[in-house]
Design a protein around this ligand. Structure first.
Ligand code: ATP
Ligand code: MG
Length: 564
């Protein structure tokens, strides 16, 4: 066996490849491709396919092409092409000089079609779309042969050429493969190869007015590029006989198509058709809305490419469809950010605290650890003064039994600072809301420990009021309230499971001043709250943060209960 073969296959696709390398089916070559249609932005499901195709190429020291499957000019746009290139690169993959478009091969595909006509394996059909559907039959009934099926080779060649020249209106004619109208596989019942569409294409302009169907284009593109293993999702399993038929009839180089189960994730949808609706109908702010499962959405939200790649590794590759718990994705993000995100203190819902025995007009700087997981990230100085903010949630006027945070008469620790005890509080006379606390601090506890060894049960984060940076923080929850968004009542569609509370915007958050210069995309852990990322909406005047993920690890809980 060649030296580029890993010893053990981690899934059935790699097993097939190792087998082929063993028999020398494609020599010692491994060449895959990722073939997106530029009709929307890429989502996490595509990431699975990208990691698989590019990952296999890396592991087997082979190559992976990026190929745009741009055969349908109705839905395709340059904006999508650009976003897809950016997203693949962001994930950390490189197609080198192998960026291709199916439209690069339109002429070659046309010549292939001529070849099939000459062989008596393709014909021009004048049935309307409606009639074609009727003639196709059903799963239980065979189809009927088109009355145009036995046109002569000469007539077919002439008509195809005139279709190409633009002599016929949209929908008036098609080119079809001549296979078997009685086949048990509907895809083999004389499938359409070309349709007439007088529409400009984003790359070929008005050069063409006939466009190849996916099934006619895909295998031939794989063949032209010398792909060895054409990996796609399970819904193409029934198309494989057609993939093989075309290549065999053309006597062309023949890659192997292999199908795997697509990724489904709970509490979201992974379908461009559905995502496009959310964008167009304004249910989200755009393709890169941080609630979207698109790669541009999760990037804006603060997910790292490493976390997504790790997630794709962990879910593996299978032959049966399943739904992956979104908690696993969040777990992977949390795990990665835990290692790399510097800690800072931020108060999301501020409650003012006056430390009555702290000297007026005085301030000091305290040492704080940047990342307890990584000492090399060092320490920083955090300013402290007489007036600080803590989280409203961290105080209760009448604390329940299990509440150990601040309450009247109770002492707690301020992280990296002092012990404080609540000695009084002010309420809004109208609303009854607590608006300010008075506390006293113990100067001997500087840094966070009492020399007399007395303990407190809670440690709170805080921000010094005069030094605080004001920020907007956007808290995100799942986009859908149902694990399976399609699980809706009759007459309703997936959009009726949208979560009306998927975005909560907090506008008076306070953050320690050290993050002032943070560039969009910078990620932090806000102590005790979660991971947050600077949004591109930020300006020098005002930072905007997205909550990437909370600290609460529901996946760890799921795993624990599974072990039990
Ligand atoms: P969608 O269903 O979102 O419209 P698609 O299959 O039409 O997706 P393509 O642009 O054709 O989108 O997809 C490019 C590649 O990504 C294909 O090989 C496809 O099989 C794969 N892919 C798409 N969705 C998923 C998914 N959820 N999981 C794994 N692979 C996927
Ligand atoms: Mg597709």
């Amino acid at each position: 066996m060649a030296e580029n073969v890993p010893e053990k296959a981690s899934d059935f696709i790699r097993e097939i490849i190792i087998g082929d390398l063993g028999t020398g089916k494609y020599g010692s070559r491994v060449h895959t491709r990722f073939p997106p249609e530029p009709n929307g932005y890429l989502h996490i499901g595509h990431a699975k396919s990208i990691c698989l195709n590019f990952g296999i190429a890396e592991e087997f020291k082979g190559l992976c092409n990026l190929r745009f499957d741009d055969t349908n000019p109705i839905k395709e746009e340059v904006e999508y092409v650009e976003s897809i290139r950016e997203d693949v690169r962001w994930l950390g993959f490189d197609w080198g000089d192998r960026l291709f478009y199916a439209s690069d091969y339109f002429e070659q595909l046309y010549q292939y079609a001529v070849q099939l006509i000459r062989k008596g394996k393709a014909y021009v059909c004048d049935l309307t779309a409606e009639e074609i559907r009727e003639y196709r039959g059903t799963l239980t009934e065979p189809g009927k042969e088109s009355p145009y099926r036995n046109r002569s080779v000469e007539e077919n060649l002439d008509l195809l050429e005139r279709m190409r020249k633009g002599e016929f209106p949209d929908g008036s004619r098609t080119l079809k493969a001549k296979i078997d109208m009685a086949s048990g596989n509907m895809n083999m019942r004389d499938p359409v190869m070309y349709r007439i569409l007088h529409i400009e294409h984003h790359r070929t302009g008005d050069k063409w007015c006939i466009y190849p169907m996916y099934d006619w284009a895909h295998g031939q593109c794989d063949s032209i590029e010398g792909i060895t293993h054409s990996v796609c999702t399970l819904e193409f399993e029934d198309h494989r006989p057609l993939y093989d038929w075309f290549l065999d009839e053309l006597n062309a180089y023949h890659p192997q198509q292999i199908e795997f189960a697509r990724l489904n994730l709970s509490y979201t949808v992974l379908s461009k058709r559905k995502l496009i609706q959310l964008v167009r109908e304004g249910h989200v702010r755009g393709w890169d809305d941080p609630r979207m499962p698109t790669l541009s959405g999760v990037r804006r939200r603060g997910y790292t490419p490493e976390a997504i790649r790790n997630f794709c590794d962990r879910i593996g590759v299978a032959k049966r469809d399943s739904v992956v718990d979104i908690a696993l994705l969040e777990h992977c993000v949390r795990e990665d950010l835990n290692k790399r995100a510097p800690r800072v203190m931020a108060v999301l819902r501020p409650l003012r605290v006056v430390i009555t025995n702290y000297p007026e007009d005085s301030e000091e700087e305290l040492d704080a650890v940047n990342n307890p997981e990584d000492p090399s990230m060092g320490t920083r100085k955090v300013p402290f003064s007489k007036v600080i903010y803590i989280e409203q949630d961290d105080f209760r006027e009448k604390p329940p039994k299990d509440f150990f945070r601040l309450a009247p008469g109770r002492e707690v620790r301020l992280r990296y600072a002092y012990f404080i005890t609540c000695v009084g509080y002010v309420k809004n006379a109208v609303t009854g809301e607590v608006v300010e606390l008075q506390c006293v601090y113990d100067p001997a506890t500087r840094g966070g420990d009492a020399p007399d060894g007395r303990k407190v049960k809670a440690t709170l984060h805080w921000v010094s009021a005069p030094h605080a940076l004001r920020a907007e923080v956007r808290l995100y929850d799942h986009l859908f309230v149902k694990a399976d968004p399609a699980d809706v009542g009759e007459g309703e569609d997936f959009k009726s499971s949208l979560n009306p509370n998927s975005l909560e915007t907090l506008t008076s958050c306070c953050i320690e001043p050290g993050v002032k210069e943070a560039a969009p995309g910078s990620r932090y852990q806000f102590e005790r709250q979660g991971y947050f990322c600077v949004d591109p909406d930020s300006s020098g005047e005002r930072l905007v943060f997205n909550r990437t993920v909370t600290l609460k690890d529901t996946w760890a809980k799921i795993e624990k209960s599974r072990k039990k």
